[in-house]
Write a protein that binds this ligand. Structure first.
Ligand code: NDP
Length: 240
């Protein structure tokens, strides 16, 4: 029998593509995001869709426990929910830094803590965190976003080591630029324009959200003994 998969940020982009990929194979799923309608519109019979803000630990945990009542303990969580508010540190509103760190770092830590004790006890399970290539190297106007994604890369590696002896996989995936709703959160239009111009000028526009989803699913489908610890995936034409 297929085991429960939890995907955060399934209302758009990578998370939505991932829900479709697992949905095709009838996996029981818990799909989470603040906007529930786009997830329900996928019409995936085996999916429970819940309006959850990953920064709200209580509602996040109760959604997971409720799904576990129905489908059994979560075997995979993809901590994918994230926001990108690009800006120049010199003048970016600190409210944006806090929002990003709350969702991108604390949201991921919430997701990990909610499932990890059960996984340790069962000596199996997989946690996949969405970091970014911006969690490994610097990009202009990415100071706060890089801070959040370097955070994800670091904490994933720490917990990977801690859970290795329990046979629990903890992986990070670090995508390059892929067109999704992500850039739409940035409030500075000239930064958005500059980012799009850079992608188009180098021709790095062909990789799709579904390519990331398939890669995440590939990592999960490998035997439990095989851990793709850190996956860097970009458009072939991306130069940085
Ligand atoms: P999208 O903006 O398309 O999707 C982001 C998802 O996160 C949405 O479903 C959104 O749903 C959800 N989300 C945001 N905030 C919250 C919250 N507080 N609680 C619950 N859900 C939330 O972006 P992507 O698919 O591109 O991004 C997915 C992940 O991949 C992010 O972590 C991002 O940083 C990372 N990434 C993306 C790259 C890219 O180029 N696209 C590159 C590298 C990494 P809702 O608004 O309904 O809550």
């Amino acid at each position: 029998m297929k085991k429960l998969i939890v995907i955060t940020g399934a209302s758009s982009g990578f998370g939505m593509e991932l829900a479709k990929e697992f949905g095709k194979e009838g996996y029981p799923m818990l799909l989470l995001a603040r906007e529930v309608e786009p997830m329900e519109a996928l019409n995936i019979e085996s999916a429970i869709c819940k309006k959850v803000d990953v920064t709200n630990r209580e509602e996040f945990e109760s959604a997971v426990r409720e799904a576990e009542e129905k489908y059994g303990k979560a075997d995979l969580i993809v901590n994918n929910a994230g926001i990108m508010l690009l800006g120049d540190l010199a003048n970016q509103d600190p409210v944006e830094w806090k929002k990003m760190l709350d969702v991108n770092v604390l949201g991921v830590m919430n997701g990990m803590q909610i499932v990890m004790e059960d996984m340790k006890e069962r000596r199996t399970g997989t946690i996949i965190n969405l970091s970014s290539i911006a969690g490994l190297k610097a990009f202009p106007n990415h100071a706060a976003y890089c801070a959040s994604k370097y955070g994800v890369t670091g904490l994933t590696e720490v917990v990977r080591g801690e859970l290795s002896s329990y046979n629990v996989r903890v992986l990070s995936i670090c995508p390059g630029a892929v067109s999704t709703g992500l850039l739409g959160h940035t409030t500075n239009q000239s930064i958005i324009d500059g980012y799009n111009e850079w992608k188009e000028s180098i021709g790095a526009t062909n990789i799709k959200a579904n390519d990331i989803a398939k890669t995440i699913k590939y990592a999960y489908d490998l035997p439990q003994a095989v851990s793709l610890r850190e996956i860097i995936i970009t458009d072939t034409m991306q130069d940085a």
